[in-house]
Design a protein around this ligand. Sequence first.
Ligand code: AHR
Length: 655
Amino acid sequence: MMNRTKRALFFILVGLFAFNVNAKPLSKGKPISPVLFGLFFEDINYSADGGLYAELVQNRSFEYNPTERREWHPLSYWEYISPGYSYGRISVETKEPIHPNNPHYIVLDIEFVGHYEQFEGEAGVGLKNAGFDGMVVQEGEKYNLSLFARQLSEAPVEMLISLQNRKGEVLAESSVSTSSYEWEKYSTTLTASASCDTALLVVLAKNEGKLALDMISLFPEKTFKNRPNGLRADLAKMLADMQPKFIRFPGGCLVHGDGLGNMYRWKNTIGPLEQRKGQRNIWGYHQTAGLGYFEYFQFCEDIGAKPLPVLPAAVSCQNSGGTWRIGGTGQKALPMDEMPEYIQEVLDLVEWANGPSTSEWGAKRAAAGHPEPFNLEYIGIGNEDKMTPEFEERFTMIYNAMKEKHPEVTIIGTVGPFHSGTDFDKGWELADDLKIPVVDEHYYTDPNWFLSNQYRYDRYDRNASKVYLGEYASWGNKLWNAIAEAAYLTSLERNGDVVIMASYAPLLAKKGFTQWRTDMIFFDNVNIVPSPNYYVQKMFMNNQGDLYFDNVIQKDKNDSTLAASCVMDSKTGDVILKMVNASKEIKSFTVDLSRFGINKAKAELTLLQGDAEAENTFFDSETLVPEKVAFNVDEKFVYPAFKMSLTVIRINTKK
Ligand code: AHR
């Protein structure tokens, strides 16, 4: 890789060698989708609980169970403690829960609290939670603790709440005392006196008595935008920095689920946290639904992205009950007599998101703190489902109902898990028959496929359904993968009249819990490692346009390692050039800006470049980062692009 000084010299020379070429007459700008590049968030790889969702306690509501993971039970990730020669009993109960959706809770019977002189610590009976491999606390920061308790003894029970390091040293401390024989929420704030990456939460009853406990929760006060029940600030910022135009959520295969009982039902994920229905995640762990529909919509609004929820098409994943892609019990369909209720559930989402706060579902949104509508414009129905008669029948019923009741919402259909094949063809046939406005294509494949298929969408029928490329990635997180994707993204811009949205997948992956071979952002509790693929996505998202211009950048037409695009953001008037060299040698592009009346203009150049095999790691996450330099453009110039590089040149025409 070139160092910064060499690179700066290189750009000065490029400026000196700018020369005139005979430009062909240029076409007018072609309108392209103004919302082309966005994000796809799926709760896979511990992306939500233990990831983006800032909750620090694991198994806060004692709902972990063996159907999720054989060794799990309601007390998983909790340790019963009785320091100071104290003794008591703990039991898991279900008789009088806070809410039927949250059936398990614990009962602590504190029989004796020791007070022996030789014991230096705090005596009591209680519980310890180590979170998701430890809790990260920062000196001076505040942490909001809440729990539900029901006093079962005559006398109140006082609880000492503390954050401790692994040696048992106290980092923060506070207390709460029960005051009701009914379930009641108690809250307190803990301020950390020291930083620790592996802290534990300790809840210790200090006097003899009996109480029921549930929903023991701890959040950093500083979440993204300081939202209560919010998102991990550093991870959310990484996403916000990309400036995505939309976010699709909550999956993926998570949406259609592992069997009918596991389909993602949005209504289970709104309202008070203690009333939400957690469930087994198709990816083999627990989802609390704490990051639910309200939080997804709120996040979209916070970062100026359009929400794109995807709902199941009333069928489960075709791989249900089996190993991924090897198949199991196969797709199951909701019985026909359940369809009216299910269709109403889909319609209710529109009322929840967009209806007035006086409507039944709009009132629930307002009660959660958002009286204004969320302006939902798109809904996906189905996720790469197998195209069976059962699917087609149910999809058509939902689609027709939505078209009739909510023609203002754009429906996105699905065309299977691959870029071609039976489900793809059948999905497109259905799209043609029903005139579905947009269909969702998915493909994960070899980097070379992306280079050799750069003209895929040039051949698409302009009058057929539009495309949302909802999931794609080349297999790998090396620079070579990212640059091959960058080449393909220029072709999406060129075809931004057909492809109206695109999102890389999967988005987040936790170290030690990664379930997919290639992902965009890797993280643990402390560090974030953006892949080169992240930077390519960011460079495209930060530089989106709504007009596409042909013939501004010329390259060798027979060389599939080269790709380029020119767009304009008509709001700012900025002209944006993107040039990709996916080869192992320097290659040139010829740029002609006369169409825009640009000559000797100042621009900003962003460059991602390096060795094909390079990738960012937890040991050295800064290896591949784009660099920004000031750059002067002439009316016509030759741009020699570095080997294995993506260059974005942004010219502000209004300066
Ligand atoms: O992104 C991972 C998975 O890939 C998604 O859940 C599914 O839609 C696709 O097959």
